[in-house]
Design a protein around this ligand. Structure first.
Ligand SMILES: Cc1ncc(COP(=O)(O)O)c(C=O)c1O
Length: 433
């Protein structure tokens, strides 16, 4: 094992939830809670969130809007972490919500969202999901295909407000799997090919759909700001003298810091660019909606694992195996995403040991971090990967019959489970004998 020294800088790092620190015991502290104690009490792996960090980011979004316009909505894109506790927290903070399935809709309603504040997305909404949404009084459906326009119109016996999802032909710099605004996309209606214009005409000619606006989401984990402006400009070309775009949903997408080297734009700059873009090209200026997911919850959460095996291969590398992996964090395997890690029970010590953090699954590709620098990691240590609050829990699975982790909220030194750990019984709970 090696060599280069890295001193941990939890307090200064944008990767950890705000307020994180190394406490007097030399342990990592999140939301005022000692992570080593949280792991001992609730087990590992566990998704641990600093509740107040999510609140602070929700406020930052609302404030950024309030100082620039009075007609807006901030939607929590709940695919990032569809957890009842987070839906509640966002509802209490005054956010609206983006749901992308009947299941997310169910959770949002159960968590207390006013149906009027719910926006239903999806490129293949089933008739059951559409009916559930309309029966529940969901405020807006974002229509995504010609088939859906026809289906939704024919099932209604009253007016339903809809937005049209447009793919404006913009490809920001991010992983191709999360570019969603190009012409060659399964989502929405293209501009270049004239389908968006045709969709507008079809909705306007329908009996029960009321066209109130447009939607575009060009992708996720984006650090540039210019592509949003280009997308907004492209959408403006769709408005005409005969219909007014009253609601413009300009999507989510703001990237976050996964490692200390990442420098995403601030929430304020991101909102500023979007609002200025809209004000410049839309007349009259519509209500502006955004739907951030990752940037609301990503850095608010960490994952705590226990190191169970250390395998040193002379002249090759050292593998640390933890009790999770691609079942609780698919992103490294899906997108090649890079993470950092810290030994929570030695958080104040110098990270001078090079090791590769592996999961416990039956694939060689089940690697959470290649070449992490850690403080003398050993069996029994609590290893924490920060920035796992978004698209970790939501993409979790039971590969190798592994129960999904618990979700723990920490605030002012109190830790509480908001989603219990799955059990082996849960793995067979749906069996029909
Ligand atoms: C339609 C839509 N809106 C919002 C989001 C949230 O994006 P992000 O988590 O990057 O903010 C997504 C995620 O890909 C999306 O598909």
């Amino acid at each position: 094992m090696s060599t280069t020294s890295e001193r941990t800088t939890v307090e200064a790092s944008p990767v950890y939830p705000a307020g994180s620190r190394v406490n007097e015991r030399g342990h990592l502290e999140i939301g005022g809670c000692d992570v080593v104690d949280v792991a001992a009490e609730f087990g590992t792996p566990a998704y641990i969130y600093a509740e107040d960090d999510i609140r602070a980011r929700a406020s930052a979004y609302l404030e950024a809007f309030r100082s620039r316009t009075d007609d807006f909505e901030v939607l929590y894109a709940s695919k990032a972490a569809p957890i009842t506790g987070i839906y509640r927290l966002c509802a209490e903070a005054g956010l609206s919500v983006d749901v992308a399935s009947g299941g997310e809709l169910y959770m949002a309603l159960r968590a207390g969202f006013d149906p009027e504040q719910i926006y239903l997305h999806g490129n293949n909404k089933t008739e059951t999901e559409l009916r559930y949404a309309t029966d529940s009084g969901v405020g807006h459906v974002i229509v995504d295909s010609f088939g859906e326009i026809e289906r939704l119109d024919s099932m209604l016996d009253r007016q339903q407000d809809v937005l049209i999802r447009v793919t404006p032909g913009i490809l920001p710099t991010t992983h191709s799997y999360v570019q969603t605004g190009g012409l060659d996309s399964k989502f929405g209606f293209g501009l270049e090919d004239g389908l968006a214009e045709r969709a507008i005409a079809e909705v306007r000619a329908s009996h029960n759909l009321r066209l109130v606006g447009l939607h575009a989401h060009i992708g996720s984990q984006i650090f540039e700001l210019e592509p949003y402006v280009s997308a907004i400009e492209a959408l403006a070309g769709l408005t005409g003298p005969d219909w007014e775009c009253r609601i413009l949903n300009v999507g989510g997408g703001l990237g976050i810091a996964y490692t200390s080297a990442d420098e995403p734009p601030s929430i304020d700059d991101y909102v500023d660019v979007k609002i200025r873009g809209v004000k410049r090209v839309f007349d009259p200026v519509p209500r502006v909606l955004i739907e951030p997911g990752r940037s609301l919850v990503g850095n608010a959460g960490v994952t705590a694992y226990e190191i169970g095996t250390v395998k040193e291969i002379p002249n090759v590398r050292t593998y640390l195996s933890v009790n999770g992996g691609m079942s609780d964090n698919l992103r490294p395997m899906l997108y090649g995403s890079r993470y950092e890690a810290i030994v929570a029970n030695r958080a104040g010590e110098v990270s001078d040991t090079l090791a590769t953090v592996a999961g416990m699954h039956c694939e060689s590709g089940d690697i959470l971090i290649t070449d992490a620098m850690l403080a003398a990691p050993a069996v029994g240590d609590i290893l924490v990967t920060p920035a796992t609050g978004a698209y970790g829990y939501s993409m979790a699975n039971n590969y190798n019959g592994v129960p999904r982790p618990a979700v723990v909220f920490c605030r002012d030194g109190d830790a509480r489970v908001v989603v219990r750990r799955e059990t082996w019984d849960d793995l067979v709970a749906r069996d029909v004998e």
